[in-house]
Ligand binder design. Structure first.
Ligand SMILES: [Fe+2]
Length: 273
C-alpha cells in the first residue's frame, strides 16, 4: 500500500459499524484509520476520517444512514485523521451537534458555528442516546489534551481514539487475526510514536492513567488505529507497558526518507508494506 485507502465498512454488532481506512507509514507498515457509526435512537458518528478519502468516506456513510438522521458527531480529538471530513459531515447532517470539550471547540474552529451545533462534555460525563449512554473517558495514551474516548453502556464497546493503535504489516479484519508478537510490537511502536511522554511516567501514575478504561472492562476495544480487539487486554496493555519502557522513538531523517523514496520507486509494492 503506498497511498491512503478506504478499505470498507465492517458491522460490529446490530447497530455499530466501522468505516475503515488505512494509511501507509513509509518504512514501517500501515496504520488503520477508523471512524465508527452507532445507530442508536440518537445516531452518533465517532470521528470523520481522512480528508484525502472524502468521497469514499461520505459514500460509505450515506450507504449506512441518511446523514440528516445523525444527531451527534463525537470527535475524539482534533487531529487531521479524525476530523478530515468534519465540515462535509456537518453540511450533510444539519441536525447533528459536535461533541467535544472546551479545548476541542477552539482547536476545531467551531466558534463560528451556531452554539446549538456544539455539545460540551468532559471525561466522566455521559451523552444520552435514547437506549444507552456514551460515557466520555480519557484513554491512558493520547497525543492531544482534548482527547476523549467513548464507552457504550449498552454494548460495552470502548472507542479508544489513538490508544491501542498499532502499526501492522497489512490491513486485517481483527486484531485477533494478527500474530501476537507482531501485534504487540506494532502497538508498542505506535504508542512510542504517538505518546513519547509515556517514558516520563512513574509506575503509580501509569497505573492511575489506565484505571478509567480498565474499570469499564470493555467487551470490545475499538481504537481509531487498530482493527477490533476482543479478549486481548493483557496483550494490549502489555504493549503499552513495553512502549513506556522503550527508548524514545526517533523517526527517519531526510536521508532515510530519500532512500525510502528511491526504494519505493524501484519496487513500489515491497518498499512499503
Ligand atoms: Fe489518530
Amino acid at each position: 500500500m503506498n497511498a491512503p485507502t478506504f478499505t470498507g465498512i465492517r458491522p460490529l454488532n446490530d447497530c455499530t459499524t466501522a468505516l475503515e481506512s488505512y494509511a501507509p507509514l513509509p518504512g514501517l507498515g500501515v496504520l488503520a484509520v477508523n471512524a465508527y457509526l452507532l445507530r442508536a435512537p440518537q445516531p452518533v458518528l465517532i470521528d470523520t476520517g481522512m480528508a484525502v478519502l472524502r468521497d469514499e468516506f461520505m459514500q460509505a456513510l450515506r450507504s449506512l444512514i441518511d446523514p440528516a438522521a445523525l444527531r451527534w458527531i463525537w470527535i475524539t480529538h482534533a487531529d487531521a485523521d479524525h476530523v478530515g471530513n468534519l465540515r462535509a459531515v456537518l453540511d450533510a447532517a444539519p441536525n447533528a451537534r459536535v461533541v467535544t470539550n472546551f479545548l476541542g471547540v477552539g482547536k476545531l474552529g467551531l466558534q463560528q458555528l451556531p452554539t446549538e451545533r456544539c455539545h460540551l462534555l468532559n471525561p466522566g460525563q455521559a451523552l444520552a442516546l435514547g437506549d444507552r449512554e456514551l460515557l466520555a473517558f480519557r484513554p491512558p495514551v493520547y497525543d492531544a489534551p482534548e482527547t476523549m474516548g467513548a464507552y457504550d453502556s449498552r454494548s460495552g464497546f470502548a472507542f479508544t481514539s489513538d490508544c491501542f493503535g498499532g502499526v501492522l504489516e497489512r490491513p486485517c479484519a481483527s486484531a485477533m487475526a494478527v500474530p501476537a508478537e507482531a501485534l504487540a510490537r506494532g502497538i508498542a511502536l505506535w504508542a512510542g510514536i504517538d505518546a513519547p511522554w509515556l517514558g516520563e511516567l512513574d509506575a503509580a501514575r501509569w497505573r492511575a492513567l489506565q484505571q478509567p478504561l480498565r474499570g469499564l472492562s470493555p467487551a470490545l476495544l475499538l481504537s481509531s488505529h487498530l482493527p477490533p480487539a476482543a479478549g486481548l487486554d493483557g496483550l494490549l496493555f502489555g504493549a503499552l507497558d513495553a512502549a513506556r519502557a522503550a527508548e524514545p522513538f526517533v523517526g527517519p531523517d531526510q536521508a532515510a526518507l530519500d532512500a525510502l523514496a528511491r526504494a519505493s520507486a524501484a519496487a513500489p509494492d515491497t518498499a512499503l508494506a
